[in-house]
Write a protein that binds this ligand. Structure first.
Ligand SMILES: *[C@@H]1O[C@H](CO)[C@@H](O)[C@H](O)[C@H]1NC(C)=O
Ligand SMILES: *[C@@H]1O[C@H](CO)[C@@H](O)[C@H](O)[C@H]1NC(C)=O
Ligand SMILES: *[C@@H]1O[C@H](CO)[C@@H](O)[C@H](O)[C@H]1NC(C)=O
Ligand SMILES: *[C@@H]1O[C@H](CO)[C@@H](O)[C@H](O)[C@H]1NC(C)=O
Ligand SMILES: *[C@@H]1O[C@H](CO)[C@@H](O)[C@H](O)[C@H]1NC(C)=O
Ligand SMILES: *[C@@H]1O[C@H](CO)[C@@H](O)[C@H](O)[C@H]1NC(C)=O
Ligand SMILES: *[C@@H]1O[C@H](CO)[C@@H](O)[C@H](O)[C@H]1NC(C)=O
Ligand SMILES: *[C@@H]1O[C@H](CO)[C@@H](O)[C@H](O)[C@H]1NC(C)=O
Length: 778
């Protein structure tokens, strides 16, 4: 090669290097952070001195801000403060069941990381009754969030997830986002998911820096979106002290106390007349002081402005801001603070110290996330690479979650699982069989990959044919003859029916519990034409009245698959062909259509026999059900046995005399508050339950332990879930599951005025059809 050649290839190399450098620059955009050592002012800023305690650093930062700058920081899209080297911050991101592009903090478009793992919608994950799984999902999302941040694709690490409102009414469009109707399940879900997402250990230890920040929403008694003229923005939930204490608040309390969530969001609705974002007793006294929130309170988006313009609780915008900040709100979602906080100061509705208090909580959290420590690559989470997003591990976890959640509702003559060798042709019918959006639920992000049920079944059985049968999920037009023709010409038929976001979503509650449009007609015609009993797979968040299918012998098997996420098709197929043994259990009561006569606006959990009001959830509703809370079959048969045969006695040995509680003159009860922490600590009951898998398959099986009183008088629940554990058992294997219980926590009840009491006398633990008696003796 001559000199000219050398020069030429040198130039080419330079060009290549330049191109490469450009590409690298674009790909490895720097994450936003404060206290850059390259900034000559940094050493002069007290808030940048990482050796100082965080409260000192935050006070220093706030003391440097002008009033105008402070006001700008009160809204969720907080602008940069260039003179202090503080970048902008987006408080609002979503991570309900995977990183989402909802909110403003996460960016996916055309960048290094275009997708994120999409786990099943929460209601399905809840059906696994497996807290370890919930923790690992939260943890995986936290890791993916940091990978996005490290790659320069996030300008916020505060997630407004999980949604732990109680799924009180089956029609609620957002019930799908929640862990269901039971406060114990919702509490455990909250704790496990939050610990995972924030990077704490499964038992709640924190090593220092927060991985991300989680937010328990929507405080409180929020479970109506839009129904029969009632809208969440103006709805006033009338809630009794009793229901508040033992139904609506427990998930939030656990989320803060044990989950150590660093945020709580106040909701749109009012509770007993007061907008939750304006309620000092709720936000400051209960959440911050009693529960000890170490973090910030955010408003649902627009909720502060609605204190003025929707509920008219405040007469002016300034007064609304006064109510919110003085109640304990820290971050407003929206632009309302930008617009009105200045005049609120002028008009005397707030003072600068109210703003300083809010900013203290906000900036403390940004520091705990490590965003004021200089180069984020030096953080413990600084080396999480893009390859951790959509990793094989996370994709497998999504598959596992879907498999563990799916509930087998019917399986006449063990028609499932199908033996692949026996299926020479398969007919797949239904509008949910090949529709990726139907798998995702809401608040999803761009998934890693999507395998629809049709695709998964096609890869198992070569001769698989598909007819949608309905135009859309609403099914207002059908192709019944085509579907019938297919059904009659194949070995087996699998139908994919149910709901999608057009039927139930944020802002839209259902009015019916039956399948939409002509779905039922299509199913019945197909079942009639098929050679063998058909298999019906339902996608939905909320419960369905499918009594017709339950009773129809031509429908051999029914599976409920929630909104199963990116791995939905593979998970469903693995269950149908017996590669996975289903073990999910319903986290909500499936009510019959008649339940829709009950006004959704009636918040009462307890029944009222004088008016025929039936009450809500398995704890109080005793009417007809389609399927009960906790119901779910398996390919295996399991049996239970309490280890202790004789009744267990617990002696209080307490000098207190029991009180006849105000609403119940026949039973003597102890006020838990006056029994005190130490006595309660001594009142432990350990219940051991033997569980056996009688085969024929290995399987994961959640064991659900309930307690009940001998009576349901005076608002006592019929029964109450007190513990659950998921065990894996080989065919023929048995094990013992231990439930550590506390009488004060698990055998107590809440009386009219919201006080918790422990009744003297007998109590029962229940698992399956087995009962064990416990006597409280003074
Ligand atoms: C807010 O200021 C108005 C006067 O502008 C006053 O009437 C009202 O009482 C104040 N409200 C609060 C909560 O401070
Ligand atoms: C295949 O189908 C036949 C007839 O329905 C049944 O008897 C047999 O048990 C099936 N085989 C398997 C492996 O399920
Ligand atoms: C991955 O994300 C990109 C954009 O972020 C989107 O266009 C693509 O459809 C996503 N992949 C899948 C399988 O949905
Ligand atoms: C399915 O089709 C593929 C490709 O046509 C073929 O290789 C495979 O053997 C077939 N499998 C069965 C079970 O028929
Ligand atoms: C079905 O309902 C959709 C949505 O309401 C509507 O746009 C469409 O025109 C309807 N189709 C038929 C055939 O009625
Ligand atoms: C819906 O609202 C109408 C009008 O206010 C009322 O008559 C009706 O009873 C409500 N429906 C239910 C199920 O409560
Ligand atoms: C399941 O096992 C229990 C306990 O051994 C037994 O009583 C029951 O008949 C079995 N059910 C089925 C469907 O095999
Ligand atoms: C309470 O008294 C009973 C009977 O006198 C005794 O067996 C038991 O150990 C005592 N329990 C506690 C917690 O002191």
């Amino acid at each position: 090669m001559g000199t000219r050649g050398l020069i030429f290839s040198g130039a080419l190399l330079l060009l290549l290097l330049l191109l490469l450098a450009r590409t690298v620059l674009v790909i490895s955009a720097t994450p936003p952070f404060a206290c850059d050592p390259a900034n000559p002012s940094t050493p002069t800023f007290g808030f940048c001195q990482t050796t100082l305690p965080i409260d000192k650093r935050v006070s220093d930062l706030i003391s440097r801000l002008t009033l105008e700058e402070k006001i700008q920081q009160l809204d969720d899209q907080a602008p940069a403060i260039p003179r202090l080297g503080v970048p902008k911050y987006n408080w609002w991101s979503e991570a309900l069941h995977g990183l989402s592009n909802g909110g403003h903090g996460m960016h996916f478009i055309g960048l290094t990381i275009p997708n994120a793992t999409s786990f099943p919608q929460v209601i399905l994950t809840a059906a696994s009754f497996n807290p370890d799984l919930w923790y690992r999902i939260g943890q995986a999302i936290g890791v993916e969030a940091r990978a996005l941040y490290n790659a320069g694709q996030a300008d916020g690490l505060t997630f407004w997830s999980p949604n732990v409102n109680i799924f009180r009414d089956p029609r609620w469009g957002r019930g799908q986002e929640t862990p269901g109707e039971d406060p114990t399940t919702a509490s455990k879900y909250a704790v496990s998911f939050v610990r995972g997402l924030q990077g704490d250990s499964p038992t709640g230890e924190r090593s220092g820096q927060l991985m991300t920040s989680a937010c328990c929403k929507h405080l409180t008694a929020y479970d109506l979106d839009r129904w029969n003229g009632s809208v969440r923005y103006t709805f006033d939930a009338r809630v009794t002290a009793q229901d508040m204490e033992d139904t609506f608040q427990p998930p939030f309390r656990s989320c803060v106390e044990q989950g150590r969530a660093t945020c709580v969001m106040c909701s749109y609705n009012r509770v007993n007349g007061v907008p939750t974002c304006a309620d000092y007793n709720l936000l400051t006294k209960q959440v911050k002081k009693t529960w000890g929130l170490d973090g910030y309170i955010a408003s649902d988006c627009g909720a502060v402005s609605m204190i003025y313009d929707s509920s008219h609780y405040a007469k002016t915008p300034e007064e609304a801001i006064g109510y919110a900040l003085k109640a304990g709100l820290d971050i407003n979602c929206g632009k309302f603070m930008h617009q009105h906080a200045g005049s609120a100061i002028q008009k005397g509705n707030i003072s600068e110290s109210d703003i300083d208090r809010a900013l203290f909580n906000a900036f403390s959290l940004r520091m705990k996330l490590g965003l004021f420590n200089g180069n984020p690559q030096k953080l413990p989470s600084g080396n999480i690479p893009p390859s951790q997003v959509c990793s094989t591990e996370h994709k497998n976890l999504a598959l596992q979650a879907t498999q563990e959640g799916i509930v087998l509702l019917k399986n006449t003559d063990n028609i499932l699982p199908l033996a692949k060798s026996n299926v020479t042709s398969l007919g797949v019918i239904g509008p949910n069989a090949d529709a990726p959006p139907s798998l995702m639920g809401n608040y999803n992000g761009p998934p890693c990959e999507v395998i629809t049920p049709l695709k998964a079944l096609q890869s198992s059985v070569n001769n698989t044919r598909f007819v949608a049968g309905c135009n859309i999920v609403a099914c207002n037009a059908t192709k019944i003859p085509e579907a019938v023709q297919l059904a009659s010409s194949v070995d087996y038929v699998i139908m994919f029916m149910g709901l999608d976001q057009d039927q139930e979503q944020e802002g839209l509650d259902r009015t019916d519990l039956v399948l939409p449009g002509m779905q039922q007609t299509l199913i019945s015609k197909v079942a009639e034409a098929a050679k063998k009993p058909i298999i019906l797979v339902l996608l939905s968040g909320g419960p369905l009245d499918i009594t017709f299918a339950k009773d129809d012998p031509r429908i051999g098997a029914i599976l409920w698959a929630g909104y199963p996420g990116e791995a939905g098709g593979s998970a469903i197929s693995s269950i149908i062909f017996g590669d996975h043994n289903p073990g999910g259990k319903l986290p909500v009561t499936w009510y019959p259509q008649e339940f829709t006569k009950v006004p959704m606006t009636d918040m009462r959990m307890r029944p009222d026999p004088t008016t025929g009001y039936p009450g809500r959830s398995y704890r109080f509703y005793t009417g007809k059900t389609v399927y009960q809370f906790g119901y779910g079959l398996s390919y295996s048969n399991y049996s239970y046995e309490f280890e202790a045969k004789a009744a267990t006695s617990i002696y209080l040995n307490n000098s207190l005399s029991p009180q006849a509680t105000s609403n119940d003159l026949n039973t003597l009860s102890y006020d838990i508050a006056s029994l005190g922490f130490h006595t309660c600590g001594d009142l432990k009951v350990s219940s051991k339950v033997g569980v056996k898998n009688h085969g024929p398959m290995a399987g994961k099986h959640p064991v659900l332990l309930f307690s009940r009183s001998p009576s349901t008088e005076h608002g006592r629940p019929v029964k109450q879930l007190v513990g659950f554990q998921s065990v894996h058992l080989e065919a023929g294997e048995s094990t013992k599951v231990e439930f550590p219980l506390s009488a004060c926590e698990h055998l107590s009840r809440v009386v009219n005025d919201g006080k918790r009491v422990l009744d003297k006398g007998s109590h029962f633990l229940i698992v399956g059809d087995e009962e064990h008696q416990i006597n409280i003796i003074s």
